[in-house]
Design a protein around this ligand. Structure first.
Ligand SMILES: Nc1ncnc2c1ncn2[C@@H]1O[C@H](COP(=O)(O)OP(=O)(O)OP(=O)(O)O)[C@@H](O)[C@H]1O
Length: 277
């Protein structure tokens, strides 16, 4: 699976990026270049800043310093109107599918088209049916509301909605969280199929090592700033799925194998000191 695409032009370039909220530093000196067509998985423990990185890429969070370039343009230098326009080149698959409960599946999927091309209603239905087929859902679901669907179906509807504008970049935030292993693997297959059918660049934020191993060409692991040694890069690992299996870094190895490691020792020490954790 691990195909190197480093010879392609970068579509996203992150340069010396720092993000803070008040006094809390979340991302420090992140530099990352994502070639067009690559599928990049960003892994790391809860709270290390994965979602913040995704949001910074699409301009929902502003950097404290450094910048993100999309297709050669600095995101932080765009006007609101330009940013709205550029965002139509992205598809975002949110953590909890983030569908509108009051709308039917059909209305949810076609929502971006209605927002951006209200004059082309005749073409909406055709696009919607094509996307629905792409994510393997029957037309019978179109009239249902999200609450009537299973978690896996909602994720598929979220993916169909993300695909409807034919995005150049797909951002997935925890696409398999909360799904059983079988349905998770269906979503993995769909992400791979989507990439085969469309020339997209994908960035997948995930805790799920199976997703990272199976779907990604490249894996980047972030580490919480508070746990880093002075001067250490927040990107603990950047390489292929094969390379991460052979990592010599104990923290990376513990993460990919799901071992509590140091955290268990910390818990025991804290418990001995009578701390509530
Ligand atoms: N808008 C915000 N305002 C203040 N703090 C924020 C904001 N967004 C995120 N944070 C903080 O930034 C840190 C990183 O959050 P983020 O959601 O990126 O983590 P994550 O790695 O995606 O975690 P998880 O895997 O649990 O989703 C957290 O401490 C969070 O509380």
């Amino acid at each position: 699976m691990a195909v190197s695409q480093s010879n392609r032009e970068p579509i996203i370039e992150i340069d010396s990026l720092n993000v803070s909220f008040g006094r809390q530093d979340v991302l420090r000196n992140i530099s990352l270049s994502v070639p067009a067509g690559q599928t990049l998985a960003i892994i790391g423990e809860s709270g290390c800043g994965k979602t913040v990185l995704l949001k910074t890429i699409i301009g929902l969070v502003r950097p404290s310093s450094g910048f993100v370039k999309f297709d050669g343009q600095r995101i932080d230098q765009l006007t609101d109107q330009e940013l709205t326009q550029e965002r139509t080149r992205f598809g975002f698959v949110f953590q909890n599918a983030a569908l509108f409960d009051s709308m039917t599946v059909a209305e949810n999927i076609s929502f971006p088209l209605r927002q951006h091309h209200p004059d082309q209603r005749a073409a909406h239905e055709e696009s919607m049916l094509a996307r629905l087929a792409e994510v393997g859902l029957p037309t019978a679901v179109l009239r249902k509301r999200p609450a009537e669907l299973s978690g896996g179906m909602r994720k598929r509807v979220g993916l169909a909605r993300a695909l409807i504008m034919k995005p150049e970049v797909l951002l997935y935030d925890e696409p398999t969280t909360g799904l059983d292993p079988i349905v998770s693997d269906v979503i993995n297959e769909l992400m791979m199929r989507t990439r085969k059918k469309n020339p997209v660049t994908s960035i997948i934020v995930t805790h799920d090592m199976k997703t990272a191993q199976k779907v990604a060409d490249r894996i980047v692991m972030l580490y919480p700033l508070a746990r880093l040694a002075a001067g250490e890069s927040q990107i603990l690992f950047d390489g292929t799925p094969d390379e991460i299996e052979r990592t010599k870094d104990r923290r990376v190895a513990q993460f990919i194998r799901g071992e509590a490691g140091d955290r268990l020792m910390e818990m025991n020490e804290n418990a001995e000191e009578g701390m509530v954790i």
